[in-house]
Every structure is written in structure tokens, then in C-alpha cells.
Design a protein around this ligand. Structure first.
Ligand code: ADP
Length: 353
């Protein structure tokens, strides 16, 4: 197991695409890090550079303190799990698990007894006992994914790399495997770098998240810290469903104005003067009996345990999340065509970007 360090790591593809721009990122030994961002932001590129599947344009990557820029992929001691499980279809599950160990060279070689020990251990951890003699095509998607994880783990990788490993699974199985992957991480404790565009996966799985947009690191933080103190409006709106409400405008003397919309700022933001992007999470929007700002109820999405209210004032739309067990809105709100809304909540933020 090792730590990983990206240092000013930059990737410009031959066609001139700037995929990764001077990434600075340290992943501690044993840590589970999620590389999170929208499609095309450069997260897979970062993973491929770490894996040695692409050359670095400039900067450095270190694994366990060792500079690996020029080390071939096979010599980096990494385990990889991809979206397509890439299992050998003609081999049994047991053979798939053993294959990498049998082919290992040099210092990575292990004897038959050790192969058996590691495969037994993985089989138990991944609950694959009943599947050992089967071929991959006879397994469920979740089982195939577990074999792919097992195959990576039996090699005792310094770092486990996972690239969107749950994307091929249906929603229900994805939720279960997400839980499973976290549980497994707690058992094997291998340093893990996990690429995903799914903020829920990143939030629930990772010890820390590195959020990337346009090849640049936006924030590197624990999931809840990034959620509660987003570094910029991109992070604020990327984490959370529904997304954070963002209103671009100007603050003066404790009042925020955006065209025809104006509202009081909470105390901690009252000192802000000048332009900014006001952000408030839907679950924090408050309905008040008096005061606040008058919003029109434009629509309600009822999801059962919760409802999303679409509210409009001065041409600006915001969302408010009501939860049955006592969220931001009162249950009476849906009977009203208009509501008094207070955005002066302690969790509100103003971004400079
Ligand atoms: P992500 O994994 O976040 O979806 P990628 O790291 O795959 O994004 O890609 C980042 C950017 O680099 C995108 O603009 C993508 O089109 C571009 N890109 C990826 N691979 C190549 C390549 N081999 N040649 C040229 N451009 C590439």
C-alpha cells in the first residue's frame, strides 16, 4: 500500500487538447479518493497517467514516494477495475482470479500455496464461493464486478484504481455495489483512486473528493466539507440534488439584489459589498409567515417522502426541498400560490467567481 502524489501534473494530447492542467493532489496511504467531475473534465486522464497508460506532458507522479513518470504500467504495482469488467470469458472465476498471480514476474511472483491463500481470502471477502467454477457469462453483473475487484486485490496492489466501475449496473444493483465497495475498502484498506461523474458515489464512498472541471482541480476536501463549504459555485452546484440555488447579483448593506429580486442576507454575509453569486441549498430555503421575499409557487414535484418546490421571483427561479420529517418548507406550502421565503440562512454562501 502506498500514497500517491500528483505534482503539477499536466496532460496535453497530441491534438492540442489540454486535458489536465497542473494537478496538485496528495492521496494518503489507505485513503479512498474519488476523482469527481462532469464528462470530459480530465478525471480519466488523471487515472490513466497514474496507471501509466498515457505519458505525462509535464510535472510528476509519485507512488510511495517514487517518481513513476517513466515507469511502465506493469511495473507500477497497481490494480485496475474498469467499467467493462474485462474478465476472460473462457476462464472460470477461479482462473480469472489466479491468472494475474500466475503471470506475475520478478519480485511479484508468488508460490502455489500463496496463490491459493489469496484466492481463498478474496473468495470469502467477495462472497464468490458458489461462483468459483462458473464462467463470467453465468454470473450477474454484480458478481462479475466483484470478480474484477477480486482479481485486482489478489495482486496486493500498492494502489487500487477504479474507473466508473458501477456504470454498467442497473440503479438498484449500483446502490448495493456502492455499499459493497465501501465495505470492502474498510476490510482491505488499499489506497484507492475512484473515478466517477456521479456525485452520490463520490460523496458516499470516498474519504476525500477531488472535484475537477476543465482539467483543473476545483476543490480537494472531505465530502461533507465540500458540500458545506464549497470552494466555488461550480462545486456548490455539482454536489447535491437538487443542485444548490445560485443567484448572480450584487450585495449592498446586507441586501442582495439581482434585477427585480432582492432579499436580506444572513448575518454572516451582511458585510459583503459588491458583485457575487449567492448560493443556498434547496433544503435550507425557509418559508416564513412574514418578512422574507414573496415568491410565486411555479410547480411542485412530489417524490413521496419529499417534494421539490419551484419558486419564482423577479424572473429568478429557485428550488426548495420539503421533507416529510421536517425539512425546509411547511407541508402547507403546496396550498399556496405565493409564499414568503427567507434566504437569510446560516448555510448560505456568496461566491466571488
Ligand atoms: P473524463 O474522464 O473526465 O470524462 P477524459 O480525461 O477522458 O475526461 O478527457 C479529458 C479531455 O481530453 C476531453 O476533452 C477528451 O475529449 C480529451 N481526450 C481524452 N483522451 C484523448 C485522446 N486520446 N486524444 C485527444 N483528446 C483526448
Amino acid at each position: 500500500m502506498s500514497d500517491v502524489e500528483f505534482s503539477k501534473t499536466t496532460k496535453i494530447y497530441d491534438d492540442g487538447t489540454h486535458a489536465l492542467d497542473s494537478l496538485e493532489l496528495k492521496i494518503n496511504e489507505g485513503e479512498f479518493l474519488a476523482l469527481l467531475g462532469p464528462s470530459g473534465c480530465g478525471k480519466s486522464t488523471a487515472l490513466r497517467l497514474l496507471a501509466g497508460l498515457e505519458d505525462i506532458t509535464s510535472g510528476e507522479i509519485r507512488i510511495g514516494g517514487e517518481r513513476v513518470n517513466d515507469l511502465p504500467a506493469g511495473a507500477r504495482g497497481l490494480g485496475m477495475v474498469f467499467q467493462s469488467y474485462a474478465l476472460y470469458p473462457h476462464m472460470s472465476v477461479r482462473d480469472n482470479l489466479e491468472f494475474g498471480l500466475r503471470r506475475a514476474k520478478g519480485g511479484m511472483r508468488v508460490d502455489e500455496a500463496e496463490i491459493a491463500r489469496r484466492v481463498d481470502e478474496a473468495t470469502e471477502m467477495l462472497d464468490l464461493g458458489m461462483a468459483l467454477g462458473k464462467k463470467p457469462k453465468d454470473l450477474s453483473g454484480g458478481q462479475q464486478q466483484r470478480v474484477a475487484i477480486g482479481r485486482a486485490l489478489v495482486r496486493r496492489p500498492k494502489v487500487l484504481l477504479m474507473d466508473e466501475p458501477l456504470s454498467n449496473l442497473d440503479a438498484k444493483l449500483r446502490n448495493r455495489m456502492r455499499f459493497e465497495i465501501r465495505r470492502l475498502h474498510e476490510m482491505h484498506g488499499t489506497t484507492t483512486v475512484y473515478v466517477t461523474h456521479d456525485q452520490i458515489e463520490a460523496m458516499t464512498l470516498a474519504d476525500r473528493i477531488a472535484i475537477i472541471a476543465d482539467g483543473k482541480l476545483q476543490q480537494h476536501a472531505k465530502p461533507l466539507d465540500a458540500y458545506n463549504q464549497p470552494a466555488n459555485s461550480f462545486v456548490g452546484s455539482f454536489l447535491g440534488t437538487p443542485a444548490m440555488n445560485l443567484v448572480e447579483g450584487e450585495a449592498h448593506n446586507g441586501v442582495f439584489r439581482a434585477g427585480d429580486l432582492s432579499f436580506d442576507l444572513p448575518e454572516h454575509l451582511a458585510g459583503w459589498q459588491g458583485p457575487g453569486i449567492f448560493g443556498v441549498r434547496p433544503e435550507d430555503v425557509r418559508i416564513v409567515d412574514s418578512g422574507g421575499t414573496r415568491f410565486r409557487v411555479g410547480g411542485v414535484e412530489r417524490l413521496g417522502g419529499e417534494a421539490i418546490y419551484h419558486l419564482e421571483a423577479g424572473g429568478h427561479w429557485i428550488k426548495a426541498l420539503w421533507h416529510r420529517s421536517g425539512g425546509g418548507l411547511s407541508s402547507a406550502a403546496e396550498d399556496h400560490a405565493e409564499l414568503n421565503v427567507s434566504l437569510a440562512v446560516p448555510t448560505a454562501v456568496i461566491f466571488e467567481d
